[in-house]
Design a protein around this ligand. Structure first.
Ligand SMILES: *[C@@H]1O[C@H](CO)[C@@H](O)[C@H](O)[C@H]1NC(C)=O
Ligand SMILES: *[C@@H]1O[C@H](CO)[C@@H](O)[C@H](O)[C@H]1NC(C)=O
Ligand SMILES: *[C@@H]1O[C@H](CO)[C@@H](O)[C@H](O)[C@H]1NC(C)=O
Ligand SMILES: *[C@@H]1O[C@H](CO)[C@@H](O)[C@H](O)[C@H]1NC(C)=O
Ligand SMILES: *[C@@H]1O[C@H](CO)[C@@H](O)[C@H](O)[C@H]1NC(C)=O
Ligand SMILES: *[C@@H]1O[C@H](CO)[C@@H](O)[C@H](O)[C@H]1NC(C)=O
Ligand SMILES: *[C@@H]1O[C@H](CO)[C@@H](O)[C@H](O)[C@H]1NC(C)=O
Ligand SMILES: *[C@@H]1O[C@H](CO)[C@@H](O)[C@H](O)[C@H]1NC(C)=O
Ligand SMILES: *[C@@H]1O[C@H](CO)[C@@H](O)[C@H](O)[C@H]1NC(C)=O
Length: 313
């Protein structure tokens, strides 16, 4: 009897202690510093050597190059080490920067995975990893970052499909994943992103047609789907719900059917590029209603000899 009581007591103490030790880690500027030093140690080469000298305990973290802190909490809120010719990987420790709002590591040569621990960064509003060497699938945990407004993943080597869970990012305004190796269908759920102003998925290898839900996002100003291996027809009601659209880039795909006369309902359209597709019929005269149109790239069947080549292939 007594023995089993002791076991329960020991178990209770164990659970309590375990609970207390997990509570004991309250991130502060020291853990921010540790996270950044871990990042520094994962950078294998940095030709101009700026970080190796500057990111050092001899100066306060908030004065380090590329670091911005909040004045109220003295915690790291922005990390911008873009365009520093950095090679390396991203350590899980970055997930400890719990006040981080903006992460900009674009235009470097980081590679490998994007660690799951970054899902802890619930304040993140801006992520740019444009022009690095990340591989693998687009991390689906990004959909767990409810405050993301801007997500730039262009010019990496991401493969696989666009996770439909990205539709969870209800505050997203800009989504750029151009120039990767994405496949599969563009998920219909993208249409749930009702504050999106820019959708740039061009230069990928999708299958299927453009989800019609996209044309229901009334905030959209730019749709870029050039060179994406897309098929199917454009909906005849394409512009019914796109009063703000300024750029529609659809060149170099396998789009078929007619060019919808309804395009003149996109009254703010400035750039329309449709070259290198399989459209039939004539260029609708309604396009002449588009008074803001400054660039028009069209190749319908009748115009084959006078095609304009905006992408110089
Ligand atoms: C940060 O927290 C640790 C304990 O987790 C503590 O030892 C350290 O003194 C704190 N640093 C600052 C600057 O508050
Ligand atoms: C790092 O660079 C910043 C800005 O140039 C400077 O203010 C700071 O003193 C430097 N810190 C160290 C430890 O060199
Ligand atoms: C991120 O870095 C790129 C390249 O330096 C720059 O163009 C962009 O403005 C930066 N964005 C933010 C939010 O700092
Ligand atoms: C930060 O994160 C890493 C990896 O996720 C972890 O091992 C470490 O203990 C964390 N805490 C501190 C204070 O660095
Ligand atoms: C990216 O990785 C490829 C190999 O996967 C390599 O050839 C290329 O040089 C890398 N680019 C950069 C900028 O590191
Ligand atoms: C969507 O977001 C909710 C809450 O923000 C989260 O609980 C859920 O796991 C997310 N779903 C996916 C598929 O990421
Ligand atoms: C383009 O899509 C078609 C299916 O619509 C597929 O058969 C083909 O392999 C794709 N091309 C590339 C280069 O991925
Ligand atoms: C677009 O919105 C209209 C109503 O505004 C709705 O009837 C239609 O089903 C929507 N289309 C898609 C593909 O979501
Ligand atoms: C648009 O153009 C067509 C044909 O050129 C014309 O019949 C129509 O009235 C115009 N609509 C508007 C709203 O200007």
């Amino acid at each position: 009897m007594g023995g089993s009581c002791n076991i329960f007591f020991a178990l209770a103490v164990f659970i309590l202690l375990h609970h207390l030790t997990s509570l004991a880690f309250v991130p502060n500027i020291s853990s921010d510093e540790a996270a950044l030093l871990a990042l520094k140690s994962h950078i294998s080469s940095h030709p101009n050597n700026i970080l190796s000298r500057n990111w050092s305990s001899s100066g306060p973290v908030c004065s380090w190059i590329g670091i911005t802190c909040s004045s109220r909490h003295q915690r790291v809120t922005a990390l911008d080490i873009s365009s520093m010719q950095l090679h390396g990987t991203i350590p899980p420790h970055l997930g400890n920067l719990s006040f981080l709002v903006s992460l900009n590591i674009s235009y470097n040569a980081f590679h490998g995975d994007f660690p799951l621990e970054l899902a802890h960064l619930q304040r993140l509003k801006f992520i740019s990893i444009t022009s690095n060497n990340f591989t693998g699938a687009i991390p689906s945990f990004l959909s767990l970052l409810p405050n993301l407004h801007f997500l730039y993943l262009s010019s990496n080597q991401f493969s696989g499909e666009i996770p439909s869970s990205l539709s969870n990012l209800t505050k997203l305004q800009v989504l750029r994943i151009q120039n990767n190796f994405l496949q599969g269908e563009i998920p219909q759920e993208i249409g749930d992103l009702r504050y999106l102003t820019t959708l740039d998925l061009q230069v990928n290898k999708f299958t299927g047609s453009i989800p019609t839900s996209i044309f229901n996002i009334t905030t959209l100003q730019n749709i870029a789907l050039t060179e994406s291996n897309l098929t199917g027809k454009l909906p005849i009601t394409i512009c019914d719900h796109l009063p703000n659209l300024e750029g529609l880039h659809l060149s170099v795909n396998y789009l078929s059917g007619v060019i919808p006369p309804n395009l003149d309902k996109c009254r703010k359209l400035q750039i329309l590029s449709l070259t290198y597709n399989e459209f039939i019929g004539t260029v609708p005269r309604e396009l002449s209603n588009l008074t803001d149109l400054t660039e028009l790239y069209i190749a319908a069947l009748q115009l084959k000899d006078s095609m304009i080549f905006p992408y110089g292939r």
